[in-house]
Structure formats: C-alpha cells, structure tokens
Design a protein around this ligand. Structure first.
Ligand code: ZN
Length: 335
C-alpha cells in the first residue's frame, strides 16, 4: 500500500472534520452515512466506502478520506479484536461550534454519554478558553463566512451586492446589501478584494440563485473567503413573531449586513496601538497613542478617535489607514 497516498487522505479527512464539512450519521452498528462537499451520502464502514476514490484505490489498499474520517472519529480497539466479540457500543460523536480567542471558529467533538458527562466535556472546552461568541461581536451580531458574490442594481441604479455561502445546499444568497455611496463601494472593494465593476451585472430584480443556469457567469468567487458581521432584521423579527408566512404578509429580508469583518483575514503587521487591559473597560484616553498601520497618527478629532477605537475593538487591530477606517465605519455605523 502507498503510505504517501494514505497519509494525504488522512490529512484531508482531518481538515474536513475540523472544518465541519462532513455530516456524519450512524446508520447501524459499525456503519455511518457521510455527506460531504458533493452532497452525496456515502455508506461508510471502517473497511469500505461507496465513493469513486475507494472504488479505484481499494485494490492498492488505500482507504479513502471517508474511511479515514471514521477511523479518526471511532478508533477501533487495538489487537484486531473482532467486532462480533466487541460489546462496547460505538461511540457516536456530536459536535459543538466554539471560537478560539483569535476568532477562528472550530468544530469540536463531544462523545455521546450521560448528560452530565456531555456537560462536562463542553465545560472543559470553555474552561480551556474556547468562547461561545465570536470575539469582537456585539450582542445580536453574528458572523458568517461567504465565498462568492453577485451584483445587480435597484431601479435608481444603486448597486446591490449579494453574498453566498460555500455550502452546496444553500442555493439562495445569504444576504444582500445596497452600496449607497462611494464609501460603501470602497468598503466592499477593500473587504472583498474585488472591483465592483468587475462583477457582471445581473439584469434582474432579485438576486440570482446558485442553481440558476447562468450562475457561473454572474456569481463570482471571492479571491478568498471573507466574514460578514450581520444581524437579524428587526422587521423580519416582527413579521416572524406576528405569524410569518401564514399571515400572507410579504417576508422582509432576514439579515442585515452590519460590517465586513477583517479578523483573521488581514495579517497583523503592527502591534496593537491600544494596550489590551483586561478588567479596565475605559483606559485613560490621554495615555493612548492611536496610530494607523501606515504609520500616520489618528488626529485629535473626537469623531475620528471614537471611530478608531471602535475599529480597534471590533477588529483586534488598528485600521490600515484613515481611508480604511472611513470605509469600515461607513458600513459599521449605518446599521
Ligand atoms: Zn469514500
């Protein structure tokens, strides 16, 4: 058997598990269903899988990434103990999504057991420093990674951009946002790394879905995934509370873009200008030196200072420049 090929598949399985890309459901004793990127459920055991990779490589003794995932999640007892004599039930694994203090979202395994034991496992993660909410989010705000975008225009020619998730099952846009002025356009271009005009204009009144025949033309992949900070539209909340679809009222848009989030996207090139002092929410303002990453100083202008501090707090980093701060604040402040 080819050790290199096998290791590569184990690596892919580990990465997919860490990213929460596999939906794994136990079917029967020692058999699981794994759904991954192509949305096809495979029947997988410790020895077999229905995927193409395994079909081709089984004869070389190479296990596919799905089988590897099963071995990672449900290790077999050492010593070649036969399954029939093994009375220990297979551990079935649940998952919890938590945040590393850096802002990285991680999917961590929880072995199904007595409830108190499961509580204990989550407690252990939290005790170690994992966080329930993404750092730098205000109450009610949520963060979502998006990977592609489309563009259309309102009747008065205001650009509207729609963002999409990587998940193949979600064909509708995640949210859309009006770019009402030049600053909005600037913030969009800074966050995505795309020029607005480079995105083909979708000539319709509703955002294009990913399963539309022209999606390949009008939905453009982002140079790299970005995070959107969003919140539930209060109008949608009201609509939902009042009975939602059953009332026949038109459903308002559910999600509103609050700002683009640079955490984890932009490399940290300068130390924090604001020292992080835990326990002291209001450090003495006079003691701070506010510097942009392009080395210019924040002017002694209250509005600029407030925006600067809000940016630093939200992004765990100082703004790249005054322009970047303005672009960000435009989006963050327009909610
Ligand atoms: Zn497979």
């Amino acid at each position: 058997m080819d050790t290199g090929k096998q290791n590569e598949r184990f690596e892919r399985a580990r990465a997919a598990l860490a990213n929460g890309e596999y939906k794994i459901t136990p079917l029967e004793d020692g058999v699981w269903s794994i759904i991954n990127g192509d949305n096809t459920p495979y029947r997988v055991t410790h020895q077999t899988c229905e995927c193409k990779d395994f079909e081709h490589n089984a004869k070389h003794g190479v296990m596919c990434k799905h089988i590897c995932a099963i071995h990672i999640l449900f290790p077999q007892t050492q010593g070649g103990q036969s399954k029939m004599n093994d009375t220990t039930p297979n551990p079935i694994t649940g998952w919890t999504r938590l945040y590393h203090p850096s802002g990285a979202q991680v999917t961590l395994p929880i072995v199904y057991a007595a409830a108190s034991n499961m509580f204990g496992q989550v407690d252990a993660y939290l005790g170690a420093g994992f966080q329930v909410n993404a750092p730098s989010l205000e109450e009610g705000e949520q963060k979502q990674e998006v990977v592609s975008v489309s563009r259309r225009e309102s009747k008065d020619s205001t650009p509207i951009v729609a963002f999409y998730l990587a998940h193949p099952k979600t064909v509708k846009k995640f949210l859309h946002s009006y770019l009402n002025n030049q600053e909005d356009v600037q913030a969009f271009e800074t966050a995505t790394g795309l020029k607005l005009d480079s995105i083909p204009l979708w000539p319709a009144e509703r955002d294009i879905d990913k399963d539309h025949k022209d999606a390949g033309t009008y939905i453009v992949p982002l140079p790299r995934p970005i995070n959107l900070v969003w919140e539930v539209n209060p109008k949608w909340q009201t609509w939902s509370t009042e009975g939602g679809k059953s009332t026949g009222a038109i459903e308002p848009h559910k999600r509103i873009l609050v700002r683009y989030d640079a955490t984890g996207v932009k490399p940290v090139t300068a130390p924090l200008s604001t020292p992080v002092t835990s326990g002291d929410p209001k450090p003495a303002a006079g003691a701070l030196v506010r510097k942009y990453q392009d080395n210019t100083s924040c002017k002694d202008d209250p509005a600029e200072r407030v925006a600067f501090d809000a940016y630093t707090k939200a992004n765990n980093n100082s703004p790249a420049s005054l322009e970047a701060l303005r672009a960000w604040y435009r989006v963050a402040g327009s909610k």
